[in-house]
Write a protein that binds this ligand. Structure first.
Ligand SMILES: NC(=O)c1ccc[n+]([C@@H]2O[C@H](COP(=O)([O-])OP(=O)(O)OC[C@H]3O[C@@H](n4cnc5c(N)ncnc54)[C@H](O)[C@@H]3O)[C@@H](O)[C@H]2O)c1
Length: 401
C-alpha cells in the first residue's frame, strides 16, 4: 500500500493564483506540475525537498505557449503529461529558466524529444513499473467487453429495449482455449499474455523483435502442469512475421512502443488477414493502428470486434468510429487505478527531487521501495541517464539488478 501522510501536506500553505495552485510558497526551488495528481505523498516528497510547487488546476490540455509562459524566468523542474508536446521549444524554455529536470507523469515518453533534452543536459524522467498489471487488466477488460459485446448490450438495456432472454441476443465469441496473438511482449504485453493464458487457457503467438525465452519457459512449464493434471496443455510460439499471427489468432492485443516502425503497423492490408470474427485490442498508442482503415474494416465486418483505449489523434476520434456497434471505446484509462496513478505521481516527484539533490539513478526494475517509509535516495527512472553520464545507484541491497 502507498502510505498517505495528509497532516504534513495540510500544514503547508496553499495559495490559489488563477488556474494555478501554489503549495509551500516559501520553498527555495520552484517546481511546476502541469496537472493535479492523485494522492498527497508526491506533494510531500516535493515540499519535503524544499520545493515551492505550482500545480495547474485546469482540466483542459495545456498548449506549449501556456506552459512556456508559466515556466517564466526561473523554474527548477517540471512534471508534465503525455498530452503535452515536450519538444525542443519547451525544453529550451525550461533550460533558459535554469531548469534541471523534466519528468513525464507516464511510462511512455513519445511526447518528449529526448534527444533535444540530452543536448540541453536535461534529465528526462518517466514512471515505469507501476502501470504494468493495471494496463494489462484494462486490455483484458477490453478484450472481453469486445468479445462479449458488453458496451453494445448495455446501450440496449439503457434504451429500455430488453424484453427477455433470447437464444440469439448479443451472441459473442468464446475465447477459452483459442489462439491469442500479442504484438509487443514487453512489460504489459507479457502481463496480459499471462492473464489470458493462465486464466483462459489460450495458446499464445507473439510478435516482437526480441524473443522472450523466460515467458516461453514459463508457459511451457504451465502447459506441463496442466498435462500432469490430465488437462490439455497450452503452448507459446514466437513468430517472425506479423502476418502469421494476424491470420491465426482469434484475439490480438497490441502492446508495442510507438515509433516509426510501429506507426500504422496495423493497416488495411493486415486487417484483411485477420479472421472475420477476431477481436483486436489496443492499449498501446493510437497511431499503431490506421484508424480510418479500422473504421472501414469494422463497417464491413460486423462480427469483427475492437476494444480501444488509445486513439490516433487523441482526443479526436476518426470519423465513423463512434457509430460502430462493434467497437468498445474508453478514454485512455489504461493506467487509471488509484494505486497506479498515485504510484506514477510518487515516481515522477522522486525523479525531480533526486535530480535536484544530485542523487544517482535507480537501476532495479522493482519500484516498490519508493513507496516505503524509507525510500531510496535515487531517481526512479531517467530515460537519458546513460547519455548524460549520470551516476547509477547500486541495486545490491535490493537484490534486483
Ligand atoms: N493505455 C495506457 O494508459 C498505457 C499505459 C502504459 C503504457 N502504455 C503503452 O503501452 C505500450 C507498452 O508499454 P510497456 O511498458 O509494456 O513497454 P515495453 O517497452 O516494456 O514493451 C514494448 C515492447 O514492444 C516491443 N517492440 C518494439 N518494436 C516493436 C515492433 N516493431 N513490433 C513488435 N514489437 C515491438 C519491444 O521489443 C518491447 O518488448 C507502450 O506503447 C506504452 O506507451 C499505455
Amino acid at each position: 500500500m502507498i502510505q498517505q501522510h495528509p497532516h504534513q501536506v495540510r500544514k503547508n500553505k496553499t495559495v490559489q493564483k488563477g488556474e494555478w495552485k501554489i503549495h509551500n510558497p516559501s520553498g527555495s526551488k520552484r517546481v511546476i506540475v502541469t496537472k493535479e495528481l492523485p494522492g498527497v505523498r508526491w506533494l510531500e516528497i516535493l515540499t519535503g525537498a524544499d520545493c515551492m510547487v505550482e500545480i495547474g488546476t485546469s482540466t483542459r490540455i495545456l498548449k506549449t505557449d501556456d506552459i512556456q509562459s508559466f515556466i517564466g524566468s526561473h523554474c527548477d523542474g517540471v512534471i508534465g503529461q503525455l498530452t503535452e508536446n515536450w519538444g525542443e521549444k519547451l525544453l529550451a524554455t525550461l533550460k533558459n529558466a535554469h531548469g534541471k529536470v523534466y519528468s513525464n507523469n507516464a511510462v511512455g515518453f513519445n511526447n518528449v524529444d529526448v534527444h533535444a533534452a540530452t543536448g540541453l543536459n536535461i534529465p528526462v524522467g518517466n514512471t515505469p513499473g507501476v502501470l504494468t498489471e493495471t494496463t494489462a487488466e484494462m486490455a483484458v477488460a477490453l478484450t472481453f467487453a469486445a468479445a462479449r459485446r458488453v458496451s453494445e448490450s448495455e446501450r440496449f438495456m439503457r434504451a429500455g429495449r430488453f424484453e427477455g432472454w433470447l437464444p440469439n441476443l448479443f451472441v459473442g465469441e468464446l475465447l477459452w482455449r483459442k489462439t491469442l496473438g500479442v504484438i509487443g511482449i514487453g512489460r504489459i504485453g507479457q502481463a496480459y499474455a499471462r492473464m489470458m493464458v493462465e486464466g483462459h487457457k489460450m495458446n499464445l503467438l507473439y510478435y516482437d523483435p526480441y524473443p522472450n525465452k523466460a515467458l516461453e519457459e514459463y508457459i511451457t512449464a504451465y502447459g506441463e502442469f496442466l498435462k500432469s493434471r490430465g488437462e490439455q496443455p497450452v503452448s507459446c510460439r514466437h513468430v517472425t512475421h506479423i502476418e502469421e499471427l494476424l491470420e491465426e489468432a482469434h484475439c490480438v492485443s497490441i502492446h508495442t512502443a510507438l515509433d516509426q516502425a510501429t506507426h500504422h503497423l496495423i493497416n488495411a492490408e493486415r486487417l484483411a488477414l485477420m479472421k472475420n470474427n477476431a477481436v483486436l485490442v489496443n492499449t498501446s498508442r493510437g497511431p499503431v493502428i490506421d484508424e480510418a482503415a479500422l473504421v472501414e474494416h469494422c463497417r464491413n465486418h460486423s462480427n469483427f470486434r475492437v476494444g480501444l483505449d488509445v486513439f490516433e489523434e487523441e482526443p479526436r476520434l476518426k470519423s465513423g468510429l463512434i457509430d460502430l456497434d462493434n467497437a468498445v471505446l474508453v478514454p485512455h484509462i489504461g493506467s487509471a487505478t488509484m494505486w497506479t496513478r498515485q504510484g506514477m505521481a510518487i515516481l515522477a516527484a522522486s525523479n525531480l527531487t533526486a535530480m535536484l539533490n544530485g542523487y544517482p539513478v535507480w537501476q532495479c526494475l522493482d519500484m516498490l521501495p519508493f513507496f516505503s517509509d524509507d525510500p531510496p535516495k535515487a531517481a526512479p527512472s531517467i530515460v537519458n541517464a546513460k547519455e548524460l553520464g549520470l551516476p547509477m545507484h547500486s541495486c545490491e541491497s535490493y537484490g534486483n539488478p
